[in-house]
Design a protein around this ligand. Structure first.
Ligand SMILES: O=C(O)C[C@H]1C=CC(=O)O1
Length: 96
């Protein structure tokens, strides 16, 4: 199943620069691990916002949750999720 996820990050104002840098470095490591695995198919920055639009291919809602909740910044995000299926008028056979 494909999931469209819109993630907004809300870093607490009380965090030090060092703590922010540490989270961002671990966030990059985790999301790149999923991208290299093929599960995290697209990752786009939303221009002008600390937010992204992602497409994640997961076998189930549970696996989708496992992927996004593995992100160190997960507790500091609001995430909107939509599951996707093939449009009947799509000309391509594959979903991706
Ligand atoms: O920067 C973000 O949008 C948050 C997060 C989600 C994936 C990733 O690499 O960082």
């Amino acid at each position: 199943m494909l999931y469209l996820a819109e993630m907004e990050v809300h870093i607490p104002e009380s965090w030090s620069e060092e703590k922010i840098a540490d989270y961002i470095a671990r966030e990059r490591e985790t999301s790149q691990k999923w991208q290299k695995s093929g599960k995290w198919v697209y990752l786009w920055r939303v221009a002008g916002q600390y937010a992204n639009v992602s497409v994640i291919e997961a076998e189930s809602p549970e696996e989708f949750h496992q992927i996004v909740s593995s992100l160190p910044l997960f507790p500091y995000m609001t995430i909107k999720v939509k599951s996707l299926c093939k449009h009947p008028n799509a000309v391509r056979e594959t979903l991706l």
